[in-house]
Design a protein. Structure first.
Length: 485
């Protein structure tokens, strides 16, 4: 496939229904991480262009807020259909800019459509309350209104679906948006502009700006017309955005980093655990915030688990995501490869044993071997730091209490997984884990129907589920008095 023949490769920004360039005409190159080839450019916009995108969203909000829930629901249904009608083309575009296998890219695009359909349904269920008043002659009504203009900043690891779970509820609630995608993967986001046009979403409801993260982020967080910022990305940038949003007291949703534990108890079905481990670790080349960062395995099954995990990891087919059969694509860039290498070097220096992988892949570029490290120890860097790459460190533990303590000993709290056949343990451990998502005997659990979000420094708010629309709504209490009762 020649990426630049893709119908969705849009090399401009979208403000108020117009496709535009940066004021000075400056552009940024976008690479295919599998081949290094430049697949196109996008505008390099800054503060001034961002302010105009916000103005367009603010203007569109004046009329969009008056649409009915049923109109917005139908709009989202059309958007869902537009995504599914173009699933293959969108998947190819995603693979070409992000690197993941076509199988995973098709899955991601399908998930995007799933979020949009879910919020098409939720749009019509934004109920208020009539509450019994403590006064005889007054009535209490609580209604929900859209917050207004929202800004969405998204990462490169899921460039399509991370937007779906922001744009879906935003449109459902009646909000208008300004979107800033990651610089590495802008086309899957710009495609949302074309899809919105195809679905008849009014001009200015979806605006997309690419360019300098700090300038665009600075304007988004300081501009009083933006009422809410929703961000998915690193904890460090999330903290910075939180500080910047304080000046205008914006609502915020933060989906930040993770340090997911994956616990295998002696009573687990080890083969099932290995299967879950491969999905929970090597999906998207290990570059997801819910990817396992630390495997904790109980003493009796430790040897068996390490051996089977290493064999399964060594079997993964590494290659260009666009080729049939590829299971693990390249990492996003060479910086990511260097981080992974330095973590392996740190671990081996401190006694870790590379059981499989451990080095750059023979394919070169940013391809890396699926790696399993046994004898992992708390003092190794990946105990605390998010790996975001294909390394599986395996630690040994003795008791359930020890496993829970180790699992919770981190400032993160996004996803956790554990494998057991014991019912009591299933309840004890799932209640003790300080995590927003817990997979029991399952390694991949994200779905549109359930809330996604973290405890502790992994974030604020929830996306997906019926909870995911709440952050786009303000509750309004109306007291009607003087009723002459
Ligand atoms: P990652 O390490 O996964 O690239 P980042 O948190 O750096 O995660 O990036 C996630 C998103 O945040 C991207 O769209 C990136 O461009 C954006 N970003 C990075 N720095 C800033 C900033 N200072 N202000 C606003 N957005 C930023």
């Amino acid at each position: 496939m020649l990426a630049n023949s893709n119908a969705f490769l849009r090399q401009k920004n979208l403000f108020g229904g117009e496709w535009v360039d940066a004021d000075g005409g400056e552009t940024i190159d976008v690479n295919n991480p599998a081949t290094g080839e430049i697949i196109g450019t996008v505008p390099n916009c800054g503060k001034a262009e961002t302010a105009r995108a916000i103005d367009a969203a603010a203007e569109a909000f004046l009329t969009f807020r008056k649409t009915t829930a049923l109109e917005r629901s139908k709009m989202l249904r059309r958007l869902h259909d537009a995504i599914m009608d173009n699933q293959e083309t969108l998947a190819q575009l995603l693979t070409s800019e992000q690197g993941k296998s076509l199988v995973e890219a098709r899955g991601e695009v399908g998930m995007s459509a799933g979020y949009v359909l879910w919020y098409a349904e939720e749009a019509r269920r934004v109920y208020g309350d009539i509450v019994p008043a403590p006064w005889a002659d007054r009535r209490i009504m609580v209604t929900k209104q859209p917050v207004g203009v929202i800004a969405a900043i998204t990462p490169w690891n899921f460039p399509s679906s991370m937007l779906a779970r922001k744009i879906g509820p935003a449109i459902a609630a009646g909000c208008t948006s300004v979107i800033k995608p990651a610089t590495q993967t802008p086309y899957s986001a710009l495609a949302w502009g074309l899809l919105a046009e195809e679905a008849g979403v009014p001009r200015g409801v979806v605006n997309i700006v690419t360019g300098s993260a700090s300038e665009i982020g600075g304007e988004i967080t300081r501009n009083p017309k933006v009422k809410k910022v929703t961000f998915t990305g690193s904890t460090a940038v999330g903290k910075l955005l939180l500080k910047q949003c304080a000046g205008t007291v914006k609502k915020v949703s933060m989906e930040l980093g993770g340090n997911a534990p994956f616990i295998v108890f002696n009573d687990a079905d080890v083969d099932r655990a290995v299967e879950g481990a491969i999905a929970a670790k090597f999906r998207n080349s290990g570059q997801t915030c819910v990817c396992t960062n630390r495997f904790y395995v109980q003493s009796k099954v430790y040897g068996k688990f390490v051996e089977k995990l290493a064999a399964a990891a060594a079997d993964l087919k590494v290659g260009n995501g666009a080729e049939d059969g590829t299971q693990q694509g390249p990492l996003i860039d060479l910086r990511a490869v260097e981080t992974v290498e330095s973590m392996i070097e740190d671990a081996t220096r401190k006694g870790g044993k590379v059981v499989t992988g451990g080095k750059r892949h023979a394919l070169g570029g940013s391809f890396f071997e699926p790696t399993v490290i046994a004898d992992a120890k708390p003092r190794m860097r990946f105990t605390r730091e998010e790996i975001f790459g294909p390394i599986a460190p395996v630690y040994k533990f003795k008791t359930e209490e020890e496993a829970i303590e180790l699992a919770n000993n981190t400032e993160y709290g996004l996803a956790a997984y554990f494998y057991t056949q014991d019912l009591g343990r299933m309840y004890r451990v799932s209640e003790a884990l300080e995590y927003g998502l817990v997979g029991v005997n399952e390694g991949v659990i994200t779905t549109v129907e359930a809330p996604f979000g973290g405890f502790k420094e992994s974030g604020l708010g929830r996306e997906g589920g019926h909870q995911g629309i709440e952050d786009y709504l303000e509750a309004k209490y109306v007291c009607v008095g003087g009723l002459g009762m």
